[in-house]
Write a protein that binds this ligand. Structure first.
Ligand SMILES: Cc1cc2nc3c(=O)[nH]c(=O)nc-3n(C[C@H](O)[C@H](O)[C@H](O)COP(=O)(O)O)c2cc1C
Ligand SMILES: O=C(O)C(=O)c1ccccc1
Length: 386
């Protein structure tokens, strides 16, 4: 069933008097989620670092580029599927790792895992998850899952978490490099809203045998001490390129580095022997004033796209955005905030509606622009404003 068929489904349901569960308008989605969430949870998701300059820059970079549609090329049948690092995907879209999803819905990552499995998409589970590696794997069933590591300083805890992920069927390790500390985030600070305490984003360390072994009392008996041990374990110390060999030793599948923004770092990733990168500025949540992720993409894809898989995120909201990122050299994109807003609207069903909408929009936009598959896209498909 083509993804664009969601359009017909919605129109047909309309004949029976039924409307979509909530908006299909990507621009209205954030405002709609705002009406459902308190200010703490809403700004945790929507907020960015500092003045919000990079959150805005991410959108502006998409706006500056436009698709140039081609006619009479018979794009009535499209094939959106692709394979990334051995993972088959029905469309070049993954669900980005987002921490502490219980903040917006009690089912949190379990709902996301179920929605991803239903749609055949790959989810990337965050280390800051509010559910354990094993529970999310069970919810995802025979779906496709990758694991995102916030790299703990304690090697025993790191190895233990990696082996749990491996045993639970997570196929690819995504190592996030840009968040060894949370950035200056005025919205969270003004509300004294520390996300991973508010939403129990510590399920993974607290359930970890190696982490528990280092505590005087288990977290259930002494939560503050456990948190005080975990926070410095995954923040405060940056790692070096040389240390990546430790992860290669303890993870025998593909490794992807998330948060690459400079072409020289992309080349270092090649030298380090990893299999992929995510060109990302963390949705504008880390370095305020950082380059728009889409502006960083073409140079990086050109330099290293033949040597490793180049994935992309930050600012993707529509099908057209995905077309633009693919045309600039991304193999696939990660969807971030939009699916979290879907989760806020209705758990698994809310994620399903948002993701189906984005995929339908992608399918229709690609076809109407005259392309049958992502592989046909390149820079010729775009016009760019100076
Ligand atoms: C609420 C929230 C929590 C996030 N938590 C994580 C995380 O735990 N690990 C991670 O690698 N990235 C995390 N990210 C970043 C996303 O993976 C992704 O890079 C970003 O959302 C992309 O930007 P977009 O939301 O504009 O699409 C988070 C993003 C948001 C919005
Ligand atoms: O908020 C984030 O962007 C993020 O990456 C994170 C990190 C730790 C806990 C929760 C979210």
């Amino acid at each position: 069933m083509p993804f664009g068929a969601y359009q017909n489904e919605i129109y047909l349901q309309g004949l029976g008097g039924q409307l979509p569960p909530f908006t299909t308008d990507p621009d209205a989605l954030e405002g709609s989620a705002r009406g459902r969430l308190g200010p703490g949870p809403f700004w945790y998701v929507a907020g960015g670092a500092g003045s919000g300059a990079t959150v805005r820059a991410n959108r502006e970079a998409f706006d500056r580029r436009r698709i140039v549609p081609r006619m009479l090329r018979d794009a009535t049948t499209r094939h959106l599927g692709t394979t990334v690092l051995g993972t088959e995907m029905p469309a070049p879209v993954l669900l980005a790792p987002v921490g502490v999803q219980s903040i917006v819905h009690p089912d949190g990552e379990l709902a996301t895992a179920r929605a991803a499995a239903e749609l055949g998409l790959t989810m990337i589970l965050s280390t800051a998850s509010s559910h354990t590696i094993e529970d999310v794997a069970a919810a995802n069933g025979d779906g496709s899952r990758w694991y995102q590591l916030y790299w703990p300083n304690d090697p025993d805890v790191c190895v233990s978490i990696l082996s749990r992920a491996k045993e639970s069927g997570y196929r690819v390790l995504v190592v996030t490099l840009d968040t060894w500390s949370l950035a200056w985030r005025p919205h969270d600070l003004d509300q004294s809203y520390l996300p991973f305490i508010r939403g129990t984003g510590v399920a993974i360390p607290f359930s970890d045998p190696a982490f528990r072994a280092g505590l005087a009392k288990p977290p259930e008996e002494d939560m503050p001490s456990a948190i005080l041990r975990w926070v410095p374990m995954f923040t405060g110390t940056d790692k070096s390129w040389a240390q990546l060999s430790f992860l290669r030793e303890h993870w025998d599948g593909p490794i992807v580095l998330k948060g690459v923004q400079h072409v020289d770092d992309a080349r270092k990733a090649v030298d380090a022997g990893v299999q992929g990168i995510v060109v990302s500025n963390h949705g504008g949540r880390q370095v305020d004033g950082a380059i728009a992720s889409l502006d960083a993409l073409p140079g990086i894809a050109e330099a290293v796209g033949e040597q490793l898989e180049v994935l992309f995120d930050s600012g993707v909201r529509t099908g057209a955005d995905i077309v633009k990122a693919l045309a600039l050299g991304a193999r696939a994109v990660l969807l971030g905030r939009p699916y979290v807003y879907g989760l806020a609207h209705g758990g698994q069903g809310g994620v399903r509606h948002v993701v189906r909408s984005v995929l339908a929009d992608l399918d229709l936009t690609l076809g109407l622009a005259g392309f049958r598959s992502p592989a046909e896209l390149n820079r010729d498909a775009l016009w760019e404003r100076a």
